[in-house]
Structures are given as C-alpha cells and as structure tokens.
Design a protein around this ligand. Structure first.
Ligand code: BEZ
Length: 210
C-alpha cells in the first residue's frame, strides 16, 4: 500500500517489546515516529535504535513517541535490546514491533523487493496528533539515518502548523523563516513586525514564537 502525505496512518495491533499494542491507541493523540529497520543484530540498525533511545528527552520535549519495527520475532528483539542499550548508552525506552507476518511492513510498504530480500528497508513516518502522515523517508539498508534531521523536521512541522510560515533550505530552529504566501506583506508586518521582502514571493521574518 502506498502511503501519501496527508493520509491517515494505518492502524494495527502488534506484539512489541513493551507488550501488545494498538497503534492509534498507543499514540494517544500525540506525535509518533514509526521507523523500520532491516534486521536485529546488525550493525547499522543497532546504532540507529541506540541513538533513538538516547534521544528520549528530545522526543519527549516535542510530545513525540518513537516506535521501531522489523520482521524479526519478539524473542529476537528481546535478545537484542541489551546490545542496543550498550551501544546507545541507555536502556531501550521505546517499543520495537515484532512483525514476522509482515502486517505492518505491508501496510506501510516497507519491503522493497529490489533492495535485496524480504526484510524492511529503513522507512520513517512522522505522524501527527490527528494520525495524519506528515513526512515519509526511505533509506537504503546500507545507510543509517540522521536522527537530528528527524527532530529538525518535527520542529519545522510543529512551528509551521501553528504560525503561517515555511522553513527554508537547511533551516535550523532559531533561524529566520519564510512568510506564507497566503499572508499579504501588510498582514505579515502587522503580525510579525520585522518582515524583509526580497522578492514578492520571498519574505523573511525572524522565527516567531509558536
Ligand atoms: C545493518 O544494520 O548493518 C544492515 C542490515 C541489513 C543490511 C545491511 C546492513
């Protein structure tokens, strides 16, 4: 199933390292990052899940829950968590879904047959409080993800949901932002005060407080 931005993230019930859960119920009206990895006990995946565990306070601060998935069974996940904790420097503090029957992988189109085998590639879905998919990323098995980028996108989404602005290339929190085309320059000045018009369609303003 192809998932497009704006689609409702498919719901599912799954066995995880934190017990059986129903995805939408577990999200509980918050943000979620659902991400797949190819296989347990593999080097890149171990660094990725360790990094996710180490970022718990950053996810919490943004009201985001992380949840991982692979097609490995629960016994394998449970056996692997010690290694993840060792590499990440902290206990695994998010659920890892066991998806041996590929229910979640198929719902989210995480298996790409051209990528070598029947395991999941490195998919990432950022899902908002209304259960809408707001970002999807797909990385090959050989390339570990940049979790700072995932946090950066969450920051940008949370800002632009609240204020009529967009974020430019390479934006980092605190950088100037772009006034939404939906706002006239006069309205933008009334709302933000400091607006610099470089082109009629490109107007900068310091990052507003959301
Ligand atoms: C890894 O996590 O290192 C990995 C897993 C599957 C294929 C390639 C690399």
């Amino acid at each position: 199933m192809t998932i497009r931005l704006g689609d409702i993230a498919p719901d599912f019930t799954a066995e995880t390292t934190a017990g059986t859960l129903r995805f939408h119920e577990w999200k509980d009206g918050g943000w979620a990052v659902l991400f797949s990895h190819p296989a347990d006990f593999t080097p890149v995946c171990t660094t990725e899940l360790g990094r996710t565990a180490s970022l718990k306070s950053e996810f919490d601060r943004r009201g985001v829950k992380a949840i991982a998935v692979s097609v490995d069974p629960i016994d394998s996940h449970n056996g692997w968590t010690g290694d993840i904790a060792e590499i990440g420097g902290t206990d695994v503090n998010f659920p890892i879904i066991a998806d041996p029957d590929r229910t979640v992988a198929n719902l989210y189109d995480m298996i790409h047959p051209g990528e070598g085998d029947t395991s999941t590639v490195r998919s990432v879905f950022i899902i908002d409080p209304a259960n809408k998919v707001r970002l999807s990323l797909t990385y090959p098995k050989s390339v570990g993800r940049n979790f700072d980028e995932i946090l950066r996108v969450i920051d940008a989404l949370q800002l632009t949901d609240l204020v009529p602005v967009s974020t430019p290339a390479d934006w980092q929190p605190g950088d100037r932002v772009i006034v939404s085309p939906a706002l006239s320059t006069a309205d933008a000045v009334a709302r933000f005060g400091d607006v610099t018009e470089v082109k009629p369609y490109l107007r900068w303003t310091p990052q507003p407080v959301a």
